[in-house]
Design a protein around this ligand. Sequence first.
Ligand SMILES: *[C@@H]1O[C@H](CO)[C@@H](O)[C@H](O)[C@H]1NC(C)=O
Ligand SMILES: *[C@@H]1O[C@H](CO)[C@@H](O)[C@H](O)[C@H]1NC(C)=O
Length: 349
Amino acid sequence: MASMIFPCIFFVQYLAIASKSEAKVSAIIVFGDSSVDSGNNNFIPTIAKGNFEPYGRDFPGGTPTGRFCNGRLPPDFISKGFGLKPIIPAYLDPAFNISDFATGVCFASAATGYDNATADILKVIPLWKEVEYYKEYQKKLRAYLGDRAANEVISEALYVNSIGTNDFVENYYALPKRKSQFTVQQYEDFLIGIAENLVRQIYNLGARKLSLTGLPPMGCLPVQRKTNFHNPLKCLEERNKVALEFNGKLKATVAKLNKDLPRLKVFFADAYNLLFQLITKPSQSGFEVVEEGCRGTGLFETGILCNRHTPLTCPDANKYVFWDSIHPSQRTNKIISDQLVPLLKQLFA
Ligand SMILES: *[C@@H]1O[C@H](CO)[C@@H](O)[C@H](O)[C@H]1NC(C)=O
Ligand SMILES: *[C@@H]1O[C@H](CO)[C@@H](O)[C@H](O)[C@H]1NC(C)=O
């Protein structure tokens, strides 16, 4: 036994030194939707859940966690990339407490959006409520660490925000209400206004390092390809155009916020181009399938429509860009995160 203890202590000290010199980011704090939700929806009454097999099949321990993926999500990889913990816990998970959350916490909720009406569809956590949870977290953090240390965590943390796809896929294009109220360009502007407001709000609460993720190529999600009647399995070009248009506006807003708000740094995470590379040149990254997810046929298999009773889970998700009809596979998340981390470090570490 004694011989085991020595190398362990050495290892822990080594990690402490390594992370001190490397990461000037104190914690990873996450807002958003299923692209980054590490399991909050497990603890609210919604059908938008991913906490059963085969979700989590390739997660450490092989357990479903609520992540809409076969494994880890970008914030998990980003956290590890900054020398912090390899897993970001969900704020609503009672298995964790403030001592865990002090170095990373997730407020995200699958199926939510910028638009309050999007969260209403599947009764998930609206974005404003994610911010309310964040305020509660700040109180707990101050009680746990004291004001001074807590304020340092808050200002040195990297805030990862990834949201917006559901506003289009689940709401604008699927239901009549928003379409009757807004043209798609007006709806983009409406969402951009909310995104700007989110940044200003968490800036006023002390955040200084932010990453805002743009929309992915929505028209190439397997669920959208299936609706392409004219050209089966091809990307819906019009949806991709909307994503690019939205991202252009978001990028301009990021530039404006960087100028307006002293000591704030916001990074625009270009999910579109990172994912589009993999979708259009899959073999360059060792992928074999892009049109369908590893789970099911690509029709509507996500959440409860994707469980162990529905047939057709591929044996090796590493060959698939998408895990289910909407969500990237763990390998895709890792490849994208490996490209983002050096850019984030350049700006924030
Ligand atoms: C957090 O939980 C751990 C056990 O999981 C416990 O030892 C610790 O005291 C808790 N910390 C706080 C601040 O509640
Ligand atoms: C969303 O709902 C919250 C809480 O009711 C409200 O404060 C906020 O103004 C709403 N946002 C928009 C854009 O309507």
